[in-house]
Design a protein around this ligand. Structure first.
Ligand code: SF4
Length: 328
């Protein structure tokens, strides 16, 4: 099967934006691809973070991924720092990556403006991404629109390495265009993101889902219950399209346009549907949390498989780059 690499930050618990925008798609890909799914803790340290929380967040992310349907029998799920070759290959790829290419990355320009002192890791972040992908010679990478530029750089790095050493070692990874959704947060403004506090957690209780949905942004033109609304501009309607039945989605639009439902009525229906849809995931997560050793074991097995594949690539890279092999 063709190989796919996907990475996700150890941000703790998954939210419905991560799930609908990426993870649900990865779960489906497992049937047709050999998937390497990596919790990218080495990337996470390029931004301010709490060291005391990183371990817990990493485990929470792994638990969420397994509960959401990532199957260790079909996919390699592992933590980036458990495979030192990621950092090693990144260093080697530094030598074929022009600084100018890194400086023009949109994410670097945005993020570097928000910190007083720019760490080199922020600039080199896309080289680590290139290493993540090329280490496993992944042919396809599912990417959101915010990562397309970094994948282009990974392709450029692969081309430059192959050209510099006159080899065809690294395939140029192709973007995997999917119908995965871009989920807007409950503020109706920006992409759903834990740092913006506009999320619904994948493992939230029914009460928590309702508490978060209740004040969520709707059609701003709908001032009172008697005003007809426009579902096409309402993020609650978009969420209905992911969690409600076809018939219910039609009903929501009718009730909104005809001012039959108030927005709270509409949100109540959505809350119930979200809770019902996510119930199996919450149940699996509860079972995994009751046995955290099983999650660690999955990660250990995944890291072993990943290290094996990574070492094959590193052996080839070392030979091609002319390093003296260590004496046996
Ligand atoms: S009734 Fe529903 S779809 Fe219409 S504006 Fe309110 S929350 Fe949005």
């Amino acid at each position: 099967m063709p190989r796919v690499f996907s990475g996700i930050q150890p941000s703790g618990e998954l939210h419905i934006g991560n799930y609908l925008g990426a993870v649900k798609n990865w779960v489906a890909l497992q049937d047709r691809y050999e998937c390497f799914i990596c919790i990218v803790d080495l990337h996470a340290i390029t931004q301010p973070y709490e060291a005391a929380e990183l371990e817990e967040r990493t485990l929470e992310m792994a638990t969420g991924l397994l509960a959401a349907g990532i199957d260790p029998a079909r996919s390699v799920l592992f933590v980036q720092s458990h495979v030192p070759a990621h950092a090693e290959l990144m260093w080697l790829l530094n030598s074929v990556t022009p600084v100018g290419e890194l400086e023009r990355m949109t994410q670097y320009k945005d993020k570097s403006q928000r910190v007083a002192s720019v760490p080199a890791g922020l600039l080199n972040y896309p080289i680590l991404q290139a290493a993540d992908i090329l280490l496993y010679k992944a042919e396809q990478v599912p990417v959101g629109e915010d990562q397309v530029q970094h994948l282009e750089l990974a392709r450029e790095v692969a081309r430059r390495f192959n050209s510099r050493y006159r080899v065809q070692l690294f395939p140029e990874p192709q973007p995997m265009l999917t119908s995965a959704a871009r989920i807007v947060g409950l503020d109706g403004q920006a992409k759903m993101s834990k740092s913006l506090g506009n999320t619904i957690g994948l493992l939230d209780s029914a009460e928590a889902v309702w508490e978060k949905l209740r004040p969520a942004m709707t059609d701003p033109a709908r001032k009172t219950r008697k005003d007809p609304g426009n579902p096409d501009v309402c993020n609650i309607y978009t969420l209905h399209q992911h969690f409600s039945s076809e018939a219910e989605i039609v009903r929501v639009a009718e009730q909104c346009r005809g001012a039959g439902w108030g927005c709270l009525d509409c949100k109540r229906v959505l809350a119930d549907n979200i809770v019902a849809a996510l119930a199996p995931i919450r149940e699996r997560a509860a079972a995994l949390k009751a046995d955290p050793g099983s999650v660690r074991q999955v990660l250990a097995d995944g890291a072993r498989r990943a290290r094996h594949e990574a070492q094959r690539t590193m052996d080839e890279v070392s030979r091609i780059m002319g390093f003296l092999p260590p004496a046996m």
